[in-house]
Design a protein around this ligand. Structure first.
Ligand code: KIV
Length: 288
């Protein structure tokens, strides 16, 4: 029994179907041919084993994003997220998936110091989670690090545009690329990361035309979030897409209203407990 697979005898999880062939970094990279990706790449975030199981059949890639700091832990930003959090959740998502490529975010402070620091952190993430790629934020300044990792066998997903780990420098989570000089920098960032060896790049929170330009000018698949339908793929934070939060950014489309459904279920449970109508004979043990 490996740390990276579910023990169907003891886990609560539905056992995974017979493992198929997982998507790989080269297979994702190869989806963009002659400048176009058909069909577009489907990516969602996942932080837990069960969510991974439910999302996996529908996704090419599952991202264990450091957004888990805000979504799971109620932190004010992604800055306080730790390696321990990323490794624990990354391993859970790998256990719950069998088809999608799992990428895990490198937390703030774990890679910016030097390529060697990044290699130590990324190799720990790969060893402890069983994931197939890491994601890091930054453009030209991170190109050397991306190349260092890629040349040493670690597939890297880039992340440019709105980079939440840089919130203290950016001054907030507003759309990037409104000024020409910033737009040009974002294109140069994406190019630099692609040339350094990133196999795909997340472009977040930029004007639609800029995202379209990045997707058409950069050779590797560009995965958009708050970007453009012309990107080579799309990613959303799953809990946003499921309607778990009242407040979400404008670019999120809610495909469900889980917040209301969970509240209704909790209210029904509370009423039955208080009225002693739960549990019933069906849910209690009696002598045989
Ligand atoms: O942390 C995260 O979930 C992300 C996605 C929003 C791309 O980086």
């Amino acid at each position: 029994m490996s740390t990276f697979t579910i023990d169907s005898g003891t886990s609560r999880a539905t056992p995974s179907p017979v493992p198929g062939k997982r998507m790989t970094a080269p297979s994702i990279r190869a989806r963009k041919a002659d400048g176009r990706t058909e069909p577009p790449i489907v990516m969602l975030t996942a932080y837990t084993m069960r969510m991974a199981q439910l999302l996996d059949p529908h996704c090419d890639m599952l991202l264990v994003g450091d957004s888990l700091g805000q979504v799971i832990y109620g932190l004010p930003s992604t800055i306080p997220v730790t390696m321990e959090m990323m490794c624990a959740h990354g391993a859970a998502v790998v256990r719950g998936s069998w088809h999608a490529l799992v990428g895990v975010d490198m937390p703030f402070g774990s890679y910016e110091g030097s390529p060697e620091q990044a290699f130590a952190s990324a190799s720990r993430i790969l060893k402890e989670t069983g994931c197939a790629a890491v994601k890091l934020e930054g453009g030209e300044a991170m190109a050397e690090t991306v190349a260092f990792l890629a040349l040493r066998g670690i597939p890297v997903i880039g992340h440019v545009g709105l980079t939440p780990q840089a919130v203290n420098m950016l001054g907030g989570y507003g759309v990037r690329g409104r000024q020409d000089i910033e737009a040009e920098k974002i294109v140069a960032d994406a190019r630099a990361i692609a040339e350094a060896g990133a196999f795909c790049i997340v472009v977040e929170g930029v004007l639609e035309a800029l995202a379209t330009q990045v997707a058409s000018e950069v050779a590797v698949p560009i995965i958009g979030i708050g970007a453009s339908a012309e990107c080579d793929g799309q990613v959303l934070v799953t809990e946003d897409m499921l309607g778990l939060f009242e407040r979400t950014p404008r670019f999120v489309k809610r495909y469900d209203d889980l917040a209301s459904r969970i509240s209704e279920a909790a209210a029904a449970y509370a009423a039955e407990v208080r009225g002693r109508s739960f549990p019933t004979a069906e849910q209690t043990y009696r002598p045989k």
